[in-house]
Design a protein. Structure first.
Ligand SMILES: Nc1ncnc2c1ncn2[C@@H]1O[C@H](COP(=O)(O)OP(=O)(O)O)[C@@H](O)[C@H]1O
Ligand SMILES: [Mg+2]
Length: 158
């Protein structure tokens, strides 16, 4: 499948996702903060890229406890790559399952036992979409608790 060739401002895109997420999280006292720094553009499919960030930010918002903050940052890596990092204060994922969560229909026990949430395809779709744009998506537990998802995308040279 060909990828559309929009010029997509990641800053604008993430700000839209953050506004929606803050609306969603407000009643539980959850805050989403965007520490944008590098306003880079990426060539690709705007709505597909938006769905990537929506999925990842929604996951973070769901798992972060009430009264905590989800933090998103966008930074340029040395090699013309934009790195967007989404961090929460939730339980994280057992180390052995971290690679599995990018496969379709894989959901953690914690998520499976909850009435809310999706079907375990959000990260699989995100993984495929990021790869189509020449990027990578990885995840890790944070050293002091919480989960961290890192999305790297090639910056469009102006
Ligand atoms: N921020 C997060 N904190 C803890 N677990 C997460 C987080 N994001 C994803 N996961 C785990 O990865 C699984 C797969 O995520 P996803 O593909 O988005 O499916 P879904 O959101 O429908 O459960 C989730 O069920 C959950 O177990
Ligand atoms: Mg999800």
């Amino acid at each position: 499948m060909d990828v559309k060739q929009d010029v997509v401002s990641i800053d604008d895109l993430v700000r839209t996702v953050v506004a929606n997420a803050n609306f969603e999280g407000a009643d539980k006292g959850k805050l989403v903060v965007f520490e944008g720094s590098r306003n880079a553009s990426v060539r690709g499919d705007r709505s597909l890229l938006q769905s990537v960030f929506e999925n990842v930010v929604r996951n973070a918002l769901r798992h972060t406890p009430s009264g905590t903050t989800v933090t998103i940052s966008a930074k340029q890596a040395a090699d013309d790559t934009l790195v967007v990092v989404v961090e929460d204060c939730g339980p994280g994922v057992p180390e052995a399952q971290i690679e599995e969560i990018f496969k379709p229909f894989v959901r953690g026990d914690y998520a499976r036992n909850r009435a809310s949430g999706g079907y375990g395809i959000g990260l699989a779709i995100a993984h495929a979409a990021v790869r189509k744009h020449g990027g990578t998506i990885t995840a890790a537990n944070r050293t002091n608790g919480g989960f961290c998802v890192k999305i790297s995308l090639p910056i469009l040279k102006s």
